[in-house]
Design a protein around this ligand. Structure first.
Ligand SMILES: Nc1ncnc2c1ncn2[C@@H]1O[C@H](COP(=O)(O)OP(=O)(O)OP(=O)(O)O)[C@@H](O)[C@H]1O
Length: 343
């Protein structure tokens, strides 16, 4: 008899079967007019422990959708391995499809059917029937705040409502792993915030693992317990958002002076240069920027040094490193530059 899977602890590594695992995935596409094929995935490996939101973060074209397509059995890799819920995607595609829910970038809902009809149809596709299916549909409508709109055609829904229905559709058959491909792209800020709340709530569901792809740094930072940063078909960094940001050592400190230094800024440079743990000082008119190992701890000494240099301070801000900074460090280019680049 099989022994039960060991319990999963929030603290970190376990010996439980990973919810998602890929090893050295390679995928190329032949493109007309190009001699070299496009290398969408170039040895991509990830391991996702069960029960968490795992973020795959990268700019457009990094390879996120290709990874999701392979994991959801919609595309085959050239080489490498991929498994979901312990099932190899190539050897057992039908079982993989039962174990997963997929919310693709484009809605799969039928616009002329009602929200409830869409949920019932989806359930039937998974072999659900009768009262059990009706209860599940009503439960999901209520959970995603769609009960009042249950009998309206989906084409009358707002963008946020459609997206919530898409997620509900992905959950009808109670999957173990839910794939959310760019779940908030195209939503207005209010609907995006609402969707973030839904996803955070889902993350608490027993046993559900969510693999989320996004090119929004803020989204990954807010939702993901662990993150892998994808660039040019490879993982360039992996960890919790705090671990990734913590590796950057040091905060950005921005100071606004009451007035620009009178003659030149030399006094300011010299005074700040003597404050321990402060480096990379720049002075631009009234704005002074620096990096500090511990920004908050450095502020009193910085203020005193500026006061001595005859430059009183109007405002100070200390910013922890952002995922933008992380991306720059690991991918060697800024997120915005990567988004603009073609591969
Ligand atoms: N069917 C295809 N034919 C040719 N090239 C493709 C195809 N699908 C993806 N690619 C290319 O593979 C690379 C990875 O694309 P992919 O869609 O996986 O990236 P992504 O990170 O999901 O970006 P996006 O957020 O824009 O979907 C890109 O260079 C893309 O142009």
């Amino acid at each position: 008899m099989n022994s039960p899977a060991p319990p999963v602890t929030r603290a970190g590594r376990t010996t439980a079967t990973p919810a998602v695992q890929t090893l050295d995935l390679v995928k190329t596409y032949q493109v007309k007019g190009r001699d070299e094929p496009v290398r969408a995935l170039d040895g991509l490996s990830i391991t996702v422990e069960p029960g968490i939101v795992f973020g795959l973060l990268g700019p457009n074209g990094a390879g996120k959708s290709t990874t999701v397509k392979i994991l959801t059995t919609l595309a085959a890799a050239d080489s490498g391995r991929a498994a979901v819920a312990g099932l190899d995607v190539t050897a057992e595609p039908a079982r993989v499809r039962r174990a997963i829910g997929v919310v693709a970038q484009r809605s799969g809902a039928d616009p002329v059917a009602t929200g409830r009809e869409n949920l019932l149809l989806q359930g039937r596709l998974y072999g659900m029937r009768g009262a059990e299916l009706g209860r599940r549909a009503d439960q999901l409508l209520s959970r995603f705040d769609l009960t009042d709109a249950a009998k309206r055609q989906v084409k009358t829904y707002s963008g946020g409502m459609q997206r919530r229905l898409d997620v509900a559709l992905g959950l009808v058959h109670r999957p173990q792993v839910l794939f959310l491909d760019e779940p908030t792209t195209g939503l207005d800020p209010e609907a995006r915030t609402a969707m973030w709340e839904e996803i955070s709530r889902l993350a608490g569901d027993e046993g559900l693992t969510i693999l989320l792809t996004t090119h929004y740094l803020e989204e990954a930072d807010k939702l993901a317990a662990r993150l892998a940063i994808v660039d040019r078909g490879r993982i360039v960094a992996e960890g919790t958002p705090d671990e990734l940001k913590g590796e950057l050592h040091g905060d950005a400190v921005h100071v606004e002076l009451v007035r620009a230094p009178e003659t030149d800024a030399l006094d300011v440079y010299q005074s700040l240069g003597r404050v321990p743990g402060v480096r990379d000082i720049t002075v631009d008119g009234r704005r002074v920027s620096a990096r500090a190992d511990d920004g908050a701890a450095a502020v009193p000494a910085l203020l005193a040094a500026l006061d001595q240099a005859g430059s009183p301070v109007a405002a100070v801000t200390v910013a922890r490193p952002s995922l933008d900074d992380v991306y720059l460090r690991y991918a060697g280019r800024s997120f915005a530059d990567a988004e603009g680049a073609t591969r």
